[in-house]
Design a protein around this ligand. Structure first.
Ligand SMILES: Nc1ncnc2c1ncn2[C@@H]1O[C@H](COP(=O)(O)OP(=O)(O)OP(=O)(O)O)[C@@H](O)[C@H]1O
Ligand SMILES: [Mg+2]
Length: 527
């Protein structure tokens, strides 16, 4: 390995923009003409309640032959760094000998030389990234000279195929360390790992315990985060979309909480109901749909849910993840995957197969976990599902903590319901996903009494206290609101529909609260 020396001539500080100028005879010289740490992003990043501070960052131009660039952050518990002011230092030299690099730093704070207690030293650029956690002695930093790529929690999560929350849990439980993955922190306190260790651990421990489908099971219910509720019924036109959109809005009105509606129906009714459309004039546009969560083509990687969601009301309490017929690709992709397996085109081992399929069915839940636990404080997520027990409904149910079923009290209401519930139970049993039905909403969509009351009574007799006390009365304001592209609570706040949805929200919140308390109570939410 060739020698490489970086030297800082003159100047007391290594903060601010630096340029590496071409070295005479293999020496790389850092031009340290800069204006101190004030205003530098690292200053904000480094100074804070902890009293740590970042001392310098060097940006390469042009890159030296061996290290493409060099950056270091110095953390110090030195009291004088607190409260701002200019903190500076000087790298006198950085020299590589065999497998080690020695770096001498002279760090100054208000004119006095201070000793950093800890230095994170990273080189970056091109494909080469090295990093080392170093301790300092007399201002000299020694770093182990292996090529290592520091990666973030999100990268580790991606490599394992689990959510970031899972990684945080593994950090806390010591599982990552047990897998042989060491962790260090940036001056901001963010965890970093070495890619080679993570890849080696995945290789070593590859097995059923680490594939996404299993993770999906492990993650059920034990993370305190917003609750995800699917609104489902295989029967069409019973009010799934109406309930999803207006219940979501009623929750925001009643509690001030933030609620996200995810449209899983490729008819895009919830999307339209909330005033979004791909082409209808006068409505809001969207760029991405829920379908973009999946990597459906090799050159189109799955997008995070955060990039897909849009505020759907002015107060920004209600948000929407839109959908249109682009979602048909998901069904198609599932069929293609299964057909390829059936045709023997995919001949991977069982665990690889589990991984492929697990990722497919687990994507929405994974993305939701990321969104709810790490990125966005949504309190509730409501999923509008299509009138089927197909792929998207399954994906929704696997992502949900519980589901509710809107029913129209008409003679055939109960017919098919048992079958649907049986199918759902069957599906969820395979990955042992525990998402109970927490309520039936009787929706008197059409004005007609008589037989309908009889049917409602039959439903109550059969389903007992699982039927919500609040029934939705027929109200033309609902379809008018739909046409206007807004919830009925925004369109006609004084309508009886608004009144009904607020009452339903109250009951709903109480039931959801009960599933939240403990996993064991999930099955007996009501009664
Ligand atoms: N209580 C109600 N009063 C008046 N109209 C209603 C009521 N509930 C629903 N509707 C209307 O009935 C129609 C069907 O409702 P909705 O779209 O919510 O059903 P869905 O179950 O989502 O249908 P799909 O299965 O096609 O997704 C809509 O036009 C809606 O405006
Ligand atoms: Mg619908």
């Amino acid at each position: 390995m060739p020698d490489s020396t970086l030297a800082v001539p003159g100047g007391d500080r290594v903060c601010g923009p630096h340029r590496l100028v071409p070295p005479p005879g293999g020496r790389h010289v850092v031009d340290s003409s800069f204006g101190g740490l004030s205003g530098h992003p690292l200053r904000t990043a480094g100074c804070g309640a902890t009293g740590r501070f970042a001392v310098g960052r060097l940006r390469p131009s042009p890159p030296p032959p061996m290290v493409d660039g060099i950056a270091w952050w110095v953390r110090s518990g030195h009291g004088r760094s607190r409260g701002g002011g200019t903190t500076g230092g000087r790298a006198t030299a950085c020299q590589t000998e065999g497998s080690r690099t020695n770096c001498w730093l002279s760090i100054r704070h208000r004119g006095a030389r201070i000793l950093p207690r800890f230095v994170t030293f990273a080189t970056f650029g091109g494909n080469t990234t090295w990093a080392a956690k170093c301790s300092t002695r007399g201002g000299r930093v020694q770093m182990d000279h292996r090529k290592r790529k520091p990666i973030k929690v999100s990268d580790v999560a991606r490599l394992f195929g689990v959510s970031r929350q899972t990684i945080y849990r593994w950090i806390e439980s010591g599982d990552l360390a047990a897998y042989g993955i060491s962790m260090f922190r940036t001056p901001k306190g963010e965890p970093r790992f070495y890619e080679d260790e993570v890849l080696a651990a995945i290789e070593r421990h590859k097995g059923p315990g680490m594939v996404p489908l299993r993770q999906l099971l492990l993650q059920t219910g034990n993370v305190e985060r917003g609750k995800v509720i699917a609104v489902a019924n295989r029967k069409g036109g019973v009010g799934k979309t109406t309930v999803t959109v207006n219940l979501a809005r009623a929750i925001t009105k009643a509690t001030g909480d933030r609620v996200l509606v995810i449209d899983l129906d490729t008819q895009g009714n919830a999307t339209r109901h909330l005033g979004f459309s791909a082409e209808e004039p006068g409505l809001n546009r969207y760029e991405l749909t829920v379908a973009d969560l999946w990597q459906l083509a090799p050159d189109a990687p799955g997008r995070p849910l955060k990039e897909i969601i849009l505020p759907a009301t002015e107060d920004e309490r209600l948000w929407l993840a839109p959908m249109d017929d682009s979602g048909d690709e998901i069904d198609h992709a599932a069929n293609v995957l299964l057909l390829k397996i059936a045709a023997g085109e995919i001949r991977a081992g069982a665990s690889a197969m589990e991984e492929v399929l697990g990722q497919f069915y687990g994507t929405l839940r994974e993305r939701l976990n990321e969104l709810l636990t790490v990125e966005e404080p949504f309190d509730y997520v409501l999923l509008d599902t299509p009138p089927s027990a197909g792929t998207l409904t399954t994906i929704g149910l696997l992502a949900a903590d519980a589901y509710i079923i809107p029913l129209e009290p008409e003679p055939f209401a109960l017919q098919g319901l048992d079958t649907f519930e049986q199918l759902v139970e069957d599906l969820l049993r395979i990955p042992r996903h525990d998402a109970p039905c927490i309520g039936y909403v009787l929706n008197y969509r059409l004005h007609r009494a008589g037989l309908r009351d009889e049917v409602a009574a039959a439903v109550r007799e059969k389903k007992g206290s699982l039927v919500f006390t609040t029934m939705l009365r027929s109200d033309v304001a609902i379809s008018e609101a739909t046409d206007q592209g807004m919830s009925v609570l925004d369109y006609a706040p004084k309508s009886r529909a608004s009144e009904d949805f607020l009452a339903l929200a109250e009951e709903f919140l109480e039931r959801v609260e009960r599933i939240g308390r403990s996993g064991a109570q999930k099955k007996e939410v009501v009664g």
